[in-house]
Design a protein around this ligand. Structure first.
Ligand SMILES: Nc1ncnc2c1ncn2[C@@H]1O[C@H](COP(=O)(O)OP(=O)(O)O)[C@@H](O)[C@H]1O
Ligand SMILES: [Mg+2]
Length: 320
């Protein structure tokens, strides 16, 4: 198995000013020492509540944000600090699909131009044929070519975003909650499409989601994120069948029962207590303020990772 992506101790801090006139600045540690790798053809899911740092992790890997610290490797080559010009060639092999397809598409361009734009930039030939091919590969037809984003459905918009990303022949895709803005009926279609594309083309995915039922279905490995840190990581089987972190257990218990009549419930992760502000994260283990089994040491000392079984790591003083 060859590794396509590796991050080591990745950090992304945002400078945060307390009020417009304030001179006090603080760091918001959105991604705070994250390490993982993804093998070719594999899907790693990144799971956690809103604000845990999932999107920032994805964007930092693609250097849409410059990392504050740590290292990023693509196919064994470190890309953390390589010059923008050199990075450009690598960057096209990494694409991102966003949660809200409409805002990721230029509303003033028709579908043809949206998909053709990156191809023109890379000086591809036979652009028309290629756009048609791409439309077909995402289940759209020629008729869609001259429509505008607001003239097609959310599911179709997401298909267009996927076609645009595929045009440049990427190897690695960050899928940032690609179905959570879509109707339930359409969600499964888009997930199937992403799965089939992966099978056909050997794509590697970082699949960001807070829907554990989807994660279980689509990924091989899972990383559970909380306040900028990975609390537990392992195969789907390890994490779902043998969760070790109290936070993971809480997340698993909060998986809503699928109810086809209730569209909204499926999407919400409702956990007891509130997620602390990342501007003032708790001392010690960041989860201790909500943890049902926290002890004195959890307030004082941040736990190290423990490998509870092969490839299954947990950051907790009292795993299991
Ligand atoms: N561009 C930004 N500038 C400042 N703070 C940000 C920015 N993007 C995200 N954040 C903050 O970083 C934290 C993590 O956000 P995000 O990565 O979007 O989490 P998630 O995707 O898990 O919901 C949040 O507290 C968010 O407010
Ligand atoms: Mg997000």
């Amino acid at each position: 198995m060859s590794e396509i992506i590796r991050v080591e101790h990745l950090k992304k801090y945002f400078l945060f000013k307390e009020g417009i006139f304030s001179r006090r600045v603080k760091y918001l540690k959105a991604v705070n020492d994250v390490s993982f790798s993804i093998n070719r053809g594999e899907t790693l899911a990144l799971v956690g509540e809103t604000g845990s740092g999932k999107t920032t992790t994805g964007r930092t890997i693609l250097r849409l944000y410059e990392p504050t610290g740590g290292k990023i490797f693509f196919e064994g080559k470190e890309i953390t600090n390589i010059p923008k010009r050199e990075f450009k060639k690598i960057r096209v092999q990494m694409q991102m699909i966003y949660q809200d397809p409409y805002s990721s598409l230029n509303p003033r361009m028709n579908i043809f131009n949206i998909i053709a734009e990156p191809l023109r930039e890379l000086k591809y030939e036979d652009i028309e044929d290629r756009v048609l091919e791409l439309l077909e590969s995402v289940g759209l037809r020629k008729e869609h070519m001259f429509k505008y984003p607001d003239e097609i459905s959310g599911g179709q918009q997401q298909r267009v975003a996927i076609a645009r990303a595929l045009g440049v022949n990427p190897k690695f895709l960050v899928l940032d909650e690609p179905t959570s803005a879509l109707d339930v009926s359409v969600q499964a279609q888009i997930l199937n499409l992403l799965e089939n594309l992966q099978k056909e083309r050997g794509f590697t995915y970082l699949f960001i989601s807070h829907d554990l039922s989807v994660v279980r279905y689509i990924s091989q490995r899972v990383a559970i994120m909380y306040l900028g840190k990975i609390m537990e990581i392992g195969t789907v089987e390890q994490v779902f069948e043998n969760p070790q972190h109290p936070y993971t257990k809480l997340l698993l218990e909060s998986v809503p029962v699928p109810d086809p009549k209730d569209r909204k419930r499926r999407k919400k992760l409702i956990l007891p207590g509130e997620i602390p502000s990342p501007l003032n994260p708790p001392s010690g283990c960041p989860f201790h303020t909500r943890c049902p089994v926290a002890k004195e040491i959890c307030r004082e000392k941040e736990p190290e990772y423990v490998e509870v079984e092969k490839g299954h790591f947990v950051k907790c003083h009292f795993p299991g």
